[in-house]
Design a protein around this ligand. Structure first.
Ligand SMILES: *[C@@H]1O[C@H](CO)[C@@H](O)[C@H](O)[C@H]1NC(C)=O
Ligand SMILES: *[C@@H]1O[C@H](CO)[C@@H](O)[C@H](O)[C@H]1NC(C)=O
Ligand SMILES: *[C@@H]1O[C@H](CO)[C@@H](O)[C@H](O)[C@H]1NC(C)=O
Ligand SMILES: *[C@@H]1O[C@H](CO)[C@@H](O)[C@H](O)[C@H]1NC(C)=O
Length: 443
């Protein structure tokens, strides 16, 4: 458990840092840099930890996030600035502008030929890239692709259907926001007076962020509403900066040393792994892998959990002899009256090692030591219906998905086609190793 915590902490250190902010001089936040000559640019490599204002931020089709400033970019949440032309050659060739105005990654399920392309906006032109290759026919006038959208933009960000009413793009210019519907090409102009003028905008893990100065503000892409305490300093969240980190760096552990406390996948496919007081989303490879303190999403169980399962739009956390039930929909809220005792809720005594529900079923399979106890969640009072001795010992986490059951023992997991096969099998299947592509550890 300790080692996964450290892996997750490392990821955390990369993406998020919770140290108290150190105020840096606001050194490079004006646009002046963009007008330097090419030569001067190459000498002046921008430092994003000094507190700069980005020109644009966008992920590519593989989930690498690019931050743009002048003729430089950063690839990801850590590392030094590199020349943009080494990644997107034509952006510098065409206009000698030395900076991009705005960029976003297209989300358009109706037009697969455009989906996942990165669009860049420079003055009055738009560039479309896929696989870091400029598409044929680009650059072109912005209005040819996006009629009704002005030139000389400040920021742009995608807004998929579900987050906006249809697949859309939000364009920002000064204090005006243009909501562009990709299917109908309708443009709605808005002013969100309480939102600062965004110089770049970024959608990350289903949230929308407006960047201004070295700060950012999260906003609702439909109403523009800002909830929570903003602005926040981007250096504490979106990049790794020495004086903004939580302290000592930790070694990336070997996958062979990783252990989970709990894992669950809900009906919408969101998958969470828990270890210590950290959780990680495992289904968001398109935005990179990230870890967060559990308390950020579920504050009452911030100190860690024994078992977690998802059932009918809710997520159940078991810790010791207590059960906490939260609504799955963000922001997740603890249901009134909880925590309750395990005895009252499920009719059992703790501790619980693992628990899971398979989609469309009402049975929670609770693993305690080398026993699996099945409890019908649609019955009252709740009680153990059947109990099975298990062939495996040491199970610490388990989940059920479309491909069956996975139970985690140390740094391995075992795959069974169903809970029944897990319960009745006499021979253990071959253990499968936790791999870097799933858990961010090293081989
Ligand atoms: C992506 O681009 C590289 C070279 O730039 C090329 O070798 C590769 O085949 C391309 N991949 C796809 C899927 O087009
Ligand atoms: C925001 O944009 C508007 C319109 O371009 C401009 O008048 C205003 O000064 C800007 N506000 C700030 C704080 O830059
Ligand atoms: C950034 O946000 C802080 C508040 O969190 C504020 O005090 C500061 O003035 C802001 N700086 C800029 C450059 O927007
Ligand atoms: C971190 O802060 C210390 C003390 O203020 C300073 O000397 C050092 O240069 C800073 N490091 C970076 C990378 O900014």
């Amino acid at each position: 458990m300790r080692l996964l915590c450290e892996t997750l902490f490392l990821v955390l250190a990369i993406a998020f840092s919770y140290a108290a902010p150190t105020l840096h001089d606001f050194m490079m936040a004006d646009h002046g840099e963009a007008h330097l000559t090419d030569e001067a640019h190459h000498e002046a490599k921008p430092d994003r930890c000094a507190g700069i204002e980005f020109d644009a931020i966008a992920p590519d089709e593989k989930g690498n996030t690019f931050f743009f400033k002048g003729d430089h970019l950063w690839n990801g949440f850590r590392g030094p600035a590199q020349l943009t032309k080494e990644f997107f050659k034509e952006l510098n060739d065409h206009h000698h502008l030395g900076h991009v105005d705005a960029a976003f990654r297209m989300h358009n399920k109706e037009k697969p030929q455009d989906h996942d392309h990165i669009y860049f906006f420079l003055d009055d032109k738009v560039f479309s890239y896929y696989n870091h290759t400029l598409e044929e026919g680009y650059p072109k006038d912005i209005q040819l692709d996006f009629p009704g959208v002005p030139s000389h933009l400040d920021a742009a960000v995608e807004c998929p259907s579900g987050e906006c009413t249809s697949d859309s793009v939000l364009f920002f210019k000064g204090d005006e926001v243009y909501n562009y519907d990709l299917a109908t090409q309708a443009v709605k102009k808005r002013q969100w007076a309480h939102l600062p003028n965004c110089t770049s905008a970024f959608r990350w893990l289903e949230h929308h962020y407006c960047f201004h100065g070295h700060n950012f503000t999260r906003f609702n892409p439909v109403s523009g509403a800002v909830e929570g305490t903003y602005p926040k300093d981007a250096r504490r969240y979106f990049m790794k900066c020495a004086n903004f980190s939580h302290g000592s760096d930790v070694q990336v552990p070997k996958c062979s040393e990783v252990t989970l406390d709990a894992i669950t996948s809900d009906d919408s496919g969101k998958t969470y792994a828990f270890a210590g007081h950290i959780y990680m989303r495992l289904d968001t490879h398109r935005d990179g892998k990230h870890a967060f303190p559990i308390g950020r999403a579920w504050k009452e169980v911030a100190n860690g959990v024994d078992a977690v399962f998802s059932y009918s739009d809710k997520i159940y956390f078991i810790k010791g002899n207590q059960v906490y039930i939260y609504k799955s929909a963000a922001p997740s809220t603890l249901i009134e009256g909880y925590p309750k005792s395990l005895k009252d809720e499920l009719g059992i005594e703790g501790p619980v090692n693992a628990a899971f529900v398979c989609a469309d079923h009402h049975i929670v399979h609770v693993i305690q030591g080398q026993k699996m106890r099945d409890i019908d969640l649609s019955a009252t009072p709740r009680m153990v219906g059947s109990e099975f001795p298990l062939p495996l010992s040491g199970i610490e986490a388990g989940m059920c998905g479309p491909d069956g059951v996975k139970v985690f023992v140390g740094s391995n997991y075992y795959h069974y086609e169903s809970p029944m096969i897990l319960a009745l099998s006499k021979l253990n299947p071959i253990p499968i190793k936790i791999t870097p592509d799933i858990f961010g550890c090293v081989d």
